[in-house]
Design a binder for this molecule. Sequence first.
Ligand SMILES: [Zn+2]
Length: 270
Amino acid sequence: MPVYGDEVVVLRAQPLGEADRILTLFGRERGKVRAVARGVRRTSSKFGARLEPFGVVDVQLFTRDPDERSKLETVTQAVTVHSFANGLVADYDAYAAASAMVETVDRIIDAEPAPLQWALLVGALRELSRGERDPRSALDAYLLRALSLAGWEPSFAECARCGEPGPHERLSFGAGGAVCPGCAAALGATRRVDVDTLRHLWALLAGNRRVADAAPAEVRERASGVVAGYLDHHLERGLRSMPVVRELRGAAGPGAVDGAEGGRADTVTP
Ligand SMILES: [Zn+2]
């Protein structure tokens, strides 16, 4: 009977029957795994509290058929590696940002190893749980980098369509970022973006904390609108946690939109 060990992040935990939970786990070595944790909702459970969302846990997983990954596996052991939940539940904004992170990664990974995505997520949850950074910037930086690792790296400097050096003050989610005036005209529907916002987006994506954290609030706000629009464009349906995240972002929407493009309406393909 095959038993696997892996270091996992708990992405989701749903109740099952009287005392069990179905977990969605992101394993460092195995990617996404769904598993049953039996009896974990009983107060006598040895490892119930370890298997809460945002936890990083060393687990042993038992599977009847290692070739059939769609089946549920069973958690037989769980040892906490990092418990980020304690730092997150105390701060509503950090908790909302962490919820959007785990929901996003759940949507972009599958049952294949994704060690860079795994490390990015663990680093971002650690940063949030320690309150080291404004949760909105931490989330925006995470989302841009997670989408990039998934193959959707946006371009904020040169034109995403023809490569002409920027800065370019038009954006097209379909084209993959900022576009030059010529490409903007060819695409027809683009949104306006100012150079300060582009620079902030670039800094978030590049992991340049010094530049990103120095941006004024209104620039961060506009950048958050762009990130939310880019995320919406690439996920087939919006995040459940996004309304909470928008609240965290304040009242500002996705910014000035010209032509037909607005959020998901940008389906113009180059
Ligand atoms: Zn161009």
